[in-house]
Design a protein around this ligand. Structure first.
Ligand code: SF4
Ligand code: SF4
Length: 299
């Protein structure tokens, strides 16, 4: 979720221009590419600040002090755990950008399982894999001043936030839901008209309601909006005919690490397991096999 900043960025001391660093943790680089795609706006940005570290753009000084540190990616390894602390200590403003940095991203799916079991089943020598048990949002490890969600992050949102910060003001924190954006744009609701399991009613906007605008259900890549009625929406999906496991999976994309979505996943997976157990108990032959087992036990 986009959170309001604590305070405006104080003016940099008059002898130098503000410094911007762009750091990468566990991620696909998509959010850095979204910033690179800014094209001429990136050149304009470079005229207003010194870009001291942005490996994707060819500027490398990971130890540089910065006024604003954009951070892409989740904290997924012990090395990243130490690195985010170092970034925090060298930066005046830390701004996680993208679903990985703000909620753990797709890799936070491992938080729903036992990561050690997964690693053991994939790697022949798992002892060489240095991974934390969970993939976390940056804010789970250090204080942050502003969060910019999305997968990838919106180029315009990043540029707007940077321009506002460099002007010494507080960036606007988006709070509306994707539904509101659909209404503003006059888009037909895919949930109401097509029974599509759309997460727009609980997802914060910032993308311009991109997916419903193309006739597709939102899958929540910007994460939970303020006061999201996730349980009610999940029940609506079930009323549409989705099985409990399918309801859970609607919340298992890039934002499964965000607390309200994680709760929905756990609740509906539990219902799926309870349903499977009840089906198995009522299956023909179950009583016989239970009796068989009991008899074997007596033997
Ligand atoms: S938020 Fe999405 S685009 Fe950005 S780094 Fe993570 S997976 Fe890639
Ligand atoms: S409509 Fe939903 S899934 Fe699509 S880009 Fe926007 S937040 Fe992401």
């Amino acid at each position: 979720m986009t959170t309001p900043p604590k305070a405006p960025l104080p003016p940099a001391d008059g002898r130098r221009r503000p410094r911007l660093a762009v750091h990468k943790l566990s991620s696909c680089d998509g959010c850095q590419l979204a910033l690179l795609n800014a094209g001429e706006s990136l050149l304009a940005l470079a005229e207003r600040c010194d870009i001291v570290h942005f490996a994707e753009a060819g500027v490398v000084d990971a130890e540089a002090e910065a006024d604003i540190a954009l951070v892409e990616g989740s904290v997924s390894t012990p090395e990243e755990q130490a690195r985010i602390q170092a970034i925090r200590s060298r930066s005046r403003w830390v701004v996680p950008m993208g679903a990985c940095a703000t909620a753990g991203g797709p890799q936070a799916l491992r938080n729903l399982a036992d990561a050690r079991v997964w690693i053991g089943s994939v790697y022949p020598e798992p002892q060489h894999i240095q991974a934390l048990p969970t993939a976390d949002a940056v804010a789970a490890h250090v204080d942050v001043e502003l969060s910019l969600p999305g997968c990838p992050v919106s180029t315009q949102q990043v540029l707007d936030a940077l321009a506002t910060l460099l002007a010494g003001a507080s960036p606007f924190a988006e709070q509306d839901k994707v539904c509101m954006e659909c209404k503003r744009r006059g888009q037909v609701c895919v949930l109401v008209t097509r029974d599509a399991p759309c997460l727009g009613p609980v997802t914060v906007t910032g993308c311009g309601a991109l997916c419903p605008g193309l006739g597709r259900a939102c899958y929540g890549c910007y994460g939970p909006a303020e006061s999201p009625e996730v349980a009610t929406l999940a029940q609506r999906f079930a009323d549409l005919g989705l099985a409990p496991e399918a309801v859970a999976r609607r919340f298992m994309f890039q934002q499964s690490g965000a607390e309200p979505f994680q709760q929905a996943v756990q609740d509906w997976r539990r219902r799926a397991q309870e349903g499977a157990a009840a089906t198995s108990a009522n299956a023909p032959g179950h009583a016989d096999s239970a009796a068989d087992s009991a008899e074997q036990g007596h033997d």
